[in-house]
Design a binder for this molecule. Sequence first.
Ligand SMILES: [Zn+2]
Length: 87
Amino acid sequence: MALKKKFAPRRKFCRFCADKDTPLNYKNPEVLRDFVTERGKIIARRITGVCARHQRELTREIKRARQMALMIYTPSHDSVVKKKSMI
Ligand SMILES: [Zn+2]
């Protein structure tokens, strides 16, 4: 297999550094939702390009939002059961 770049190199930047108005707060789960997978996992910094400082804050706020039931910890058991029964 030839070594070929799958993606065009694109400069990653921290969204929160670039736009100081982007709210990084558990009260804004819409923003936090961009940084978790559909299964509720927090996406690694190396993928999203968030800087170390903001990733730390992001993690904290996502965890807070989960506790406030604004975000999910994991998909509901219900949908997992449904998916399995469909197979
Ligand atoms: Zn940043």
